[in-house]
Unconditional design. Structure first.
Length: 276
């Protein structure tokens, strides 16, 4: 099989600073002909686009959603050149990036993947929760006229019924500078409880709120719905977790790292599971 001269490499930058990318990522990027980036699915907590360019030592072209999902800007460039596509977190955490890689392969373009630290592992680590105890991840959307999906609530309910934790991602619209915060998401869930009424969100339901995970100034808090509504976590990005059944070590982690109420340490209390 004869391959074209080009190559498309997907590179994850990690969570916080440009310096958080791996040595392999940096070496690869410095040897690319063109570098493209998108910041609409996520962004670095402590680095601007200019910081990324300065660290790599090359120009990086920022693409909008339509450029990545609807146009062939990257595909055309990668047909004859060595091209990198960089994103915050891990590049394959977003379905749109998988679609781009599949389209490249269909064009006969050689692809490669350099992973980065992602919210999917960083958030559980920060809170002291075990990643293998998470169920399906959900996303809570920013308020839009007439758009009130029930699926985020229902998926959290399903996870909770099985004793599983839920990572709750919060919607961002970077091009509009709109970012959902943990208090906004908590209000969304409480409103969903009023509409659906399956008993997921109660006054003593435990939730975790996290901001700028992976950053030196990350903020973590675990508490009850009324507390999440008023918590001050600072600027985005925010996310949340609804814990399921807690192992005693996880309960200790939430108390230690996120100032969770100490009553979750009581054996059999607040959904914790005793040591077996």
């Amino acid at each position: 099989m004869v391959f074209p001269m080009g190559e498309l490499i997907f590179v994850g930058l990690g969570m916080s600073r440009a310096e958080d990318m791996s040595v392999r990522a940096l070496t690869t990027l410095r040897n690319c002909d063109e570098i493209y980036a998108e910041y609409y699915t996520s962004k670095l907590n402590d680095a601007s686009h200019r910081d990324v360019e300065a660290f790599i030592g090359k120009k990086v072209t920022v693409l909008k959603r339509g450029d990545v999902e609807e146009k062939d800007v990257i595909i055309k460039a990668a047909r004859e050149r060595k091209v990198a596509f960089i994103t915050a977190g891990d590049p394959m955490s977003a379905t749109t990036h998988l679609d781009l890689r599949l389209r490249a392969v269909e064009e006969g373009i050689v692809t490669d993947l350099i992973n980065g630290v992602s919210i999917f592992t960083a958030c559980s680590a920060a809170l002291g929760l075990q990643p293998y105890k998470f169920g399906r991840t959900v996303t809570i959307p920013l308020p839009e006229q007439g758009f009130l999906p029930s699926s985020p609530y229902e998926n959290i309910l399903e996870n909770h019924s099985r004793g599983l934790h839920t990572l709750i991602l919060l919607d961002i619209k970077a091009e509009e500078n709109r970012y959902m915060t943990a208090p906004m998401a908590m209000q969304w869930l409480m409103d969903a409880e009023d509409r659906i009424g399956s008993g997921l969100v109660k006054s003593n339901s435990l939730f975790c709120a996290a901001a700028r995970v992976g950053s030196p100034n990350q903020a973590l808090f675990a508490g009850y719905p009324d507390e999440i509504l008023t918590v001050e976590l600072g600027p985005p990005l925010h996310c949340m977790v609804m814990p399921g059944r807690l192992h005693f070590m996880e309960a200790r982690g939430l108390v230690t790292f996120a100032n969770a109420p100490r009553d979750i340490l009581d054996e059999g209390g607040s959904g914790s599971e005793s040591q077996k």
